[in-house]
Each structure stands twice: as C-alpha cells, then as structure tokens.
Unconditional design. Structure first.
Length: 237
C-alpha cells in the first residue's frame, strides 16, 4: 500500500513496544509514527519510539481515544519531542465523557493544545469515580511498601530527630554501609588485577608497534640506492 499511494501513511496506534515500529521504519512502510502510550508501553517507551522515528527523519503523532489520562500523557509527550507533527484529539470525547472522569483537561483553542500547569501529569481523577458501582480497581502488589523501604525509614528517623530540635543524628538513623563480603572483596581484587595487567599489555603492545614502525621508517629512509625502498610497505601497513 505504501508503494501504491501518494499520500502519507500514518501507523499505527495498535502496535506494542518500539520493535514493530523499527520493522516498519526499516522497510519504509510509514511516513508518520502514531503511538498510543497506553498500548505501547507508557511514556518511556513512547519517547523511545519518537527518537526512533526521528532517526529515520519521520514525524511523531501521539494517539487519542484511550481515555482522558492517556490523552493528557500524550499531550505531555507531544511537547517533549522535537519531531512531533500533530496531536490527535476526539472532540466528542474531549467535550463529553472525559470531563466525567478527570478534574481538568488540556486547554484547546484555535486548533492548538496548551500544556498542563499542575505537577506531574497535572490531572486527577474525579472523586465521584471512586464511588461508582461499576468501578474495578486493580493494584500491582509491591514487594516492599514505599514507607517500609530502608531508605525511607532512615530519612524518617532523620526528619524526626530534626523536628525534635536535635542537631545530632545517631548512626542508626543515618545508617552505615554494611561490611563488604569476602567474595565481593576477592572479586574486586581480581578486577583491579585484571585492569593492571590489561594496562601493562596495552603499553607493551603500543611500544612494540611504535618500535616496529620506527624500524620500518628507518629502513625506508636510509635504504641504500641499490635496494628498493620499503616506503610502500609502510603506506600499505
């Protein structure tokens, strides 16, 4: 289809991850890379696809229709990528049910969308969303709760000590690095030894190469008239 058409081909919001886009770009099957962040892997993967399209001198166009939060994320992505061509927006959704789910939407005037002003994505779900009878909540269980992470616990102790007016924070609150295991120390020693040996070998090889080139140069410059010059061999080498 790409060969038979004179118009640009925009593809494809239903692709997942950057690898299908790479295949299409290598085969020159698309003119515009359209990405849906909710289907393709989020903001990080969308940024990689945009950079991949830029490598092939192709523009980037984020997709809409997946929901208001996805639309807001796509607007952020559009502003952050240098090869953004256009941002899709569905008027019926933007003026309709999108407003039932989120507190604010990007401002659209005269065919242009404006960046969000709040922190993060700049949008929150409406409180009424969490009271709906048809709401389904799915959470990915965390291995360690954020407030129970060792780093968070340490900083909580530090903040508590400072709030109490103490200028001295005990070592238990700050935390100290655990002693390095014997296996780790042995591995570190082997690594340092390998670096030293590699450096010595590199110096020896560089010196040998310099000496060989110097000898060949001397033979070429001072070869007697009855012997052919070795200079071409130096150029070939």
């Amino acid at each position: 289809m790409r060969v038979r058409l004179d118009v640009w081909v925009c593809a494809s919001e239903t692709l997942g991850s950057r690898w299908p886009y790479k295949d299409l770009l290598e085969r020159t099957q698309l003119h515009v890379a359209m990405v849906d962040l909710c289907w393709t892997g989020g903001l990080t993967e969308g940024r990689k696809i945009a950079s991949l399209a830029e490598t092939w001198h192709r523009p980037f166009a984020p997709h809409d229709c997946i929901g208001p939060v996805g639309f807001v994320a796509a607007v952020h992505m559009s502003f952050s990528q240098p090869n953004t061509l256009i941002q899709e927006s569905v008027r019926a959704f933007y003026r309709g049910w999108y407003n039932e789910l989120v507190t604010v939407l990007p401002r659209i005037e005269n065919g242009c969308v404006y960046p969000m002003e709040g922190p993060g994505l700049g949008v929150e779900l409406q409180p009424a969303v969490f009271k709906r009878q048809d709401l389904t909540v799915r959470r990915t269980p965390a291995v360690v709760a954020p407030e129970q992470h060792p780093t968070a616990v340490r900083y909580a102790r530090i903040r508590g000590a400072r709030a109490a007016g103490s200028n001295q924070v005990d070592a238990q609150a700050v935390g100290t690095a655990p002693p390095m295991p014997l296996a780790s120390r042995s591995g570190l020693l082997c690594f340092c030894c390998s670096v030293v040996v590699s450096f010595i070998c590199f110096c020896f090889a560089s010196s040998a190469a310099f000496f060989s080139s110097a000898v060949i140069f001397d033979l070429a410059c001072f070869s007697p008239p009855d012997r052919p010059s070795l200079w071409p061999a130096v150029l070939e080498w």
